[in-house]
Design a protein around this ligand. Sequence first.
Ligand SMILES: C[S@@+](CC[C@H](N)C(=O)[O-])C[C@H]1O[C@@H](n2cnc3c(N)ncnc32)[C@H](O)[C@@H]1O
Length: 290
Amino acid sequence: MSASRPPDPASPRSGRALGATLRTPAPVTGSAALVGAGPGAADLLTMRAVRALERAEAVLYDALLDPAVLDLAPPHARRIDVGKRCGRHAMNQAAINRLIVDLARQGLHVVRLKGGDPFLFGRGGEELDALRAAGVPVEVVPGVTAACAAAAGLQVPLTHRDMARSIHFVTGHGRDGTVPAHDWTALVRAGGTIAAYMATRTLPSVAAALVAAGLDAATPAVAVENASRAEERHVFGTIASLPALLAAPAPSGPTLVLIGAVIGLAGAIGGAETAGGAEVVEGSEPALAA
Ligand SMILES: C[S@@+](CC[C@H](N)C(=O)[O-])C[C@H]1O[C@@H](n2cnc3c(N)ncnc32)[C@H](O)[C@@H]1O
């Protein structure tokens, strides 16, 4: 009995079959842009983001996006809602990656619009990897991240020469939905402002971990819901009181928690409304800096 051998690549007889399987894939004629859409207000898009949208032939966007942003794309552009909100994925990440690649392979200029900045808790890195692996030319357009929009709405600087020498972006939501194992002690020792993304649900655990790591329980904290949007709402407290204050009514929009002495500076705006018209939740006062 003779064992079948793999074809010898050097043999002229194997040339046609191998040529077919090893043929270099046709170059991708389309392209992709990972575009930061900012925190929600259409006028917080960058000029570069607007230009990318104006020449888009397909736009993949998330459910939370302001419809006015989508209007910037030409009418003939395909608009695809791949919307995912915390814990409820309309399309999983692998499917989104495949879709961007497939559309670019069809020769389209694809804009993947992502809330805030694409590279901050936005899985932009995973999409970039998929596009590079598929040979799709890709551009990345930064966006205004939620922490910057929230700070601007509060008129609170995220860093301050006397109060906060660093800013730390952390997530309150790990892969399994629980709080990730941050080095809380190092975070507290650093002494800067903490911007906690996706931390509304896990705030009791985040707060407890920070206090256990040595953060003063009286450290000012604020939850900013819908930063930059018409429905922006602020809930002020301390790191100890904020979890309970935020529980009722629980935010329904995207919410960011800022923690640190600089939040005390928001006291300067006071009153029931900020200059931007945001609602300050009744019963919660801007905390004073320690
Ligand atoms: C998946 S992360 C995306 C972050 C985004 N890439 C960025 O740079 O802002 C989603 C989280 O960002 C925060 N976020 C996004 N937009 C926001 C907004 N307009 N107001 C408050 N928080 C927001 C919330 O913590 C939300 O759970």
